[in-house]
Design a protein around this ligand. Structure first.
Ligand code: ACO
Length: 340
């Protein structure tokens, strides 16, 4: 199954009068956020010398102006580790205190072991179990959902949910339809239980539609079409996409699942203080916000500087919003993703 959709996350960082009417509420709270990107930056102008494209086409069709691309030694696990360290530092938590590490990625260092296990090794998180979730651009939302369920079950434990990608390693640099879109990055959040009832994840909502798999997929590298010289020559280990179709489904499914999350919590779009959509295309984000009637000043966008970083895009944006002071105590945040 490739093409699907996944849903948003609401987390309230301050007093929640609507949902906590007297009873003790156990929620999963975000204690720290972190992000990491490679140093090297490739601008739209740089891409003009690689494929037949223009800064003007890329900027107007996607909102992207530059992206970070990994160099030798930088991998999905090294970026994930750096983002995780920053989240741990912010929370004042040591790696040895971690119980769980889950990484959303579609560009793991290796098929086996999973990227989470490599992050566990790098951090020295000896007590934590670790694994990956494989849900393309929705990967972080899936990782957060799983970690949320784990923490709700054991509120005293600590979990890292990470989104990390080296999309440059699965990008066809001869295909102008896709290579202008992607970037490399990682973002992480540190989670633990909170019983003060005034903060934490309110609900999570996931959906998939495997029938749409051919809109966005990687043909080679799996058991149907294993690695071979022919596969490498055709660059069939790279992302293939029907951009127009993905665009339409993305707008519809992101708006639908955001409405689902908002109404499941007896809230209104007006209550959302910050909407952080997956940073796939500025036009997709604007169209979803318009459908939800969320004003542009409440939509977080950084696609201009990073491109589409798949599962990393939401935690990177969340970390930026957090560290820059854009997020205030009491804010209601809606996270919303879709992906292959
Ligand atoms: N530079 C210049 N021209 C280009 C480029 C480029 N980089 N890429 C495509 N074109 C051309 C096309 O060849 C086409 O030319 P033609 O009319 O002569 O055939 C023309 O531009 C228009 O192409 P469209 O595909 O119709 O352009 P559109 O406005 O739909 O924009 C885009 C394309 C940006 C890909 C858009 O469809 C999109 O953002 N779709 C969603 C993609 C997405 O979000 N993917 C995320 C999933 S990633 C994941 O899950 C890992």
């Amino acid at each position: 199954m490739r093409t699907g959709r996944s849903g948003p996350k609401c987390l309230r960082l301050g007093v929640d009068r609507l949902l906590n009417k007297g009873g003790i509420v156990n929620r999963t709270a975000i204690l720290g956020t972190g992000a990491a990107v490679p140093k090297k930056v490739i601008t739209n102008k740089d891409l003009e010398s690689i494929v037949e494209t223009s800064d003007e086409w890329i900027a107007t069709r996607t909102g992207i102006k530059s992206r970070h691309i990994a160099e030798d030694g930088e991998t999905t696990s090294t970026l994930a580790t750096e983002a995780a360290r920053r989240a741990l530092e912010m929370a004042g938590v040591k790696p040895e205190e971690l119980d769980m590490i889950v990484v959303g990625t579609t560009s793991p260092d290796m098929i086996m072991p999973n990227t989470g296990a490599l992050v566990q090794k790098n951090l020295g998180a000896s007590k934590a179990f670790a694994f990956d979730v494989y849900a393309a651009c929705s990967g972080f939302v899936y990782a957060l959902t799983i970690a949320d369920k784990f923490i709700k079950e054991s509120p005293g434990k600590k979990a890292l949910a990470i989104g990390s990608e080296l999309l440059s390693s699965i990008t066809d640099w001869q295909d102008r339809n896709t290579c202008v879109l992607f970037g490399d990055a990682a973002g992480a959040v540190l989670l633990s239980g909170s019983s003060d009832g005034d903060r934490g994840i309110l609900s999570t909502h996931l959906n998939s539609d495997g029938c749409l798999w051919e809109l966005l997929y990687i043909p080679g590298g799996g058991c149907i079409y294993p690695p071979s010289a022919e596969m490498a020559e055709k660059r069939d280990y790279c992302i293939r996409m029907h951009g127009n179709e993905v665009f339409k489904h993305a707008v519809r499914s992101m708006a639908d699942v955001a409405r689902e999350a908002i109404s499941a919590n007896d809230l209104k779009p007006d209550d959302v203080d910050l909407f952080i959509p997956h940073q796939a295309n500025i036009r997709i984000m604007n169209a979803v916000a318009e459908r939800l009637k969320i004003s542009p000043d409440r939509v977080y966008m950084n696609i201009e500087r990073y491109g589409n970083t798949s599962s990393a895009s939401i935690p990177v944006a969340l970390d930026e919003a957090n560290r820059s002071g854009r997020l205030k105590p009491g804010d209601l945040v809606l996270l919303d993703a879709f992906g292959g």
